[in-house]
Design a protein around this ligand. Structure first.
Ligand SMILES: Cc1cc2nc3c(=O)[nH]c(=O)nc-3n(C[C@H](O)[C@H](O)[C@H](O)COP(=O)(O)O)c2cc1C
Length: 200
């Protein structure tokens, strides 16, 4: 499978197997899997243990709920995300409940929760494709998101189509290379952009 990461240094198998497919195969995600994904998200670290993440989520077996989330995605994302087995919107509480001050790392914490959800999914043979392409105003209105909370991302989870069954544009995308910056471009010490000593 061309999509499996070819790391420069050995990493856990779960990390190499994760990638973001476009061609989902309509198979439903089970309730048990869905529970496990959000349980995994629940145990993520967060600043002051605020747990600022919130999710609006529906299994594709819940047609109405699934369609409501789907309708909040940008058109290009709707095209492929409609074949996922579970859709979610990742949201944040923008202030700390302990003192009402802005939580500048809430989005970071949502990302951690989404990462936990993603690797739990990978371990279960599921794939996750996250999206910035969400109609935020529509999502806010559709789900009555109150002040103090923001919709941030879309999350599609499902089973991917085997390569040989994918047609058109998505086949190209789902077999494309996965370019990555080398470590020395983003791990520094001393001066900015000076590669960290341990990279040698
Ligand atoms: C926060 C976030 C937003 C993304 N937004 C979109 C999106 O709106 N549409 C899309 O097709 N892919 C989106 N992606 C998927 C990225 O393009 C993908 O993760 C990246 O190209 C790396 O590929 P890989 O996940 O297969 O390693 C997003 C990923 C993340 C983490």
């Amino acid at each position: 499978m061309t999509k499996i990461a070819q790391p420069d240094h050995p990493i856990h198998d779960l990390l190499t197997r994760r990638w973001s497919p476009y061609a989902f195969d309509d198979r439903p995600v089970s309730k048990d899997d869905a529970l496990a994904l959000f349980e995994a998200a629940r145990w993520a670290a967060s600043s002051y243990n605020e747990q600022p993440w919130r999710f609006v989520a529906a299994l594709r077996t819940n047609r109405e709920g699934f369609e409501r989330i789907l309708s909040c995605l940008l058109e290009a994302n709707q095209q492929w995300a409609r074949h996922a087995g579970l859709l979610a919107l990742g949201c944040i509480r923008t202030t700390f409940s302990r003192n009402g001050k802005p939580n500048r790392v809430a989005l970071h914490d949502l990302g951690l929760a989404a990462a936990s959800l993603t690797f739990e999914a990978t371990a279960r043979g599921l794939y996750v494709h996250q999206m910035a392409g969400v109609d935020l105003d529509k999502a806010r209105q559709t789900f009555n998101v109150p002040d103090g909370f923001e919709v941030a991302t879309g999350i599609a989870v499902g089973y991917r189509k085997p390569e040989e069954q994918i047609t058109g544009d998505y086949r190209e995308r789902d077999t494309a290379a996965r370019p990555r910056k080398p470590l020395h471009e983003f791990v520094f010490d001393g001066d900015w952009e000076s590669p960290a000593a341990f990279l040698d």
